[in-house]
Design a protein around this ligand. Structure first.
Ligand code: IPM
Ligand code: MG
Length: 365
């Protein structure tokens, strides 16, 4: 049985996870998964324990198959001058070798756009590839990307393409007119695509940002370097109506390297400290993260689609949080929105625990 470690983290992290964690406990009560936590991490953890990633949190993550994270970033009352909260996230990625990021921008009733990018190496290389400035000396960041990493990303992206609809396009984004890493990128992705007999469109990152900003890129799998994908996935979520419409999975492909953990799942948005505690933010990214987590493991994948259907059902009824406010819609708080999604999932619960607890949504939803 898979075990999920819950790390709410900073700012709005707990608010966006409260509903998804309720669903996770429903699955646990039926013996489908095991849930551990909540465990401290990030700036809030630094504020209460003096450590951004306490050893007890790391140990609980090692003992889990996946991490469900709220957000790591600024937290009210913990000055950034004292602590860099993102170091805890980078440490988790390194410790478990979570080297591949998969982000799906979701919109009700539409095919998702999927981003596959590297999370280690490239722009996300280790501290030995960075030179801090004294204030007078130059700062530098060295960018290195081995061919095997690009090939692995291309393979994973091609896997998503295969599972997507027939119309899905395969897009490789780079900056080959400037960067050596991008010229290697283009070659390796091109070779992987032709070996799989798939058409790939190579596009420069600036051009693709423009296209995402002003056209409906829609049904596509995008493979790109970490930093480009970081920026482009936020942009694509904005186009989908809100940054809350995207879940982020940081994955270790293959057998775990430290403990059991092979994935960290979180909404793509940050900790939004100015909105923390206001019962305002959209928890969709938290629900999508739980769905992505369940999808990742063959034994729980049957339960994920019901979560997306419940989200779609609530949004299509016109019940939304402030960020999706449009004429004719009703704006509710985080709690009320989460209640709606949780109820929508559980309304169709099967009495049999083996029958897909969350998989009994009406097909019209
Ligand atoms: C993200 C964040 C991180 C990243 C930061 C905090 C290092 O922006 O998860 O999107 O760039 O991966
Ligand atoms: Mg980001």
């Amino acid at each position: 049985m898979i075990r999920i470690a819950v790390l709410p983290g900073d700012g709005v992290g707990w608010e966006v996870l409260e509903g998804p964690v309720r669903l996770a406990h429903e699955l646990a009560a039926r013996g489908i998964i095991d849930v551990t936590g909540p465990l401290p991490v990030g700036a809030s953890s630094y504020g209460s324990t003096g450590e951004g990633l306490p050893a007890s949190t790391l140990a609980a993550c090692e003992d889990a198959d996946a991490i469900l994270l709220g957000a790591i970033g600024e937290h009210p009352g913990v000055p950034l001058s004292e602590h860099r909260p993102e170091l805890a996230l980078l440490a988790l990625r390194e410790h478990f070798d979570l080297r591949v990021s998969i982000r799906q921008v979701w919109q009700p009733g539409r095919p998702p756009i999927t981003f596959v990018r590297n999370l280690l190496a490239g722009a996300y290389g280790g501290t030995d590839l960075r030179g801090e400035s004294t204030g007078e000396t130059p700062a530098w960041d060295r960018f290195e990307l081995e061919p095997w990493r690009i090939a692995e990303l291309a393979e994973i992206a091609l896997g998503y393409l295969q599972r997507a609809g027939h119309n899905a396009r395969f897009i490789s984004v780079d900056k080959a007119n400037l960067l050596a890493t991008s010229r290697l990128w283009r070659r390796v992705v091109g070779e992987a695509a032709s070996a799989a007999n798939v058409d790939v469109r190579h596009v420069y990152v600036d051009r693709f940002a423009y296209e995402l900003g002003c056209t409906d890129v829609g049904d596509a799998v995008v493979v790109t370097e970490g930093l480009f994908g970081d920026i482009l996935s936020d942009l694509a979520s904005g186009r989908a109506g809100s940054i809350a419409m995207c879940a982020s999975a940081s994955i270790h492909p293959g057998h775990p390297v430290s403990g059991r953990c092979v994935g960290l799942f979180e909404p793509v948005h940050g900790s939004a400290p100015m909105r923390a505690g206001q019962n305002k933010v959209n928890p969709t990214g938290g629900f999508l993260s739980l769905a992505a987590l369940l999808d990742w493991f063959p034994e729980t994948a049957v339960h994920s689609e019901a979560i997306r259907r419940a989200l779609a059902a609530v949004i299509e009824q016109g019940v939304v949080t402030y960020d999706l406010d449009r004429p004719g819609r009703t704006v509710v708080g985080t709690d009320e929105f989460s209640d709606g999604v949780v109820k929508s999932c559980l309304l169709y619960t099967s009495p049999s625990p083996r029958d897909g607890l969350l998989s009994r949504m009406p097909s019209s939803a």
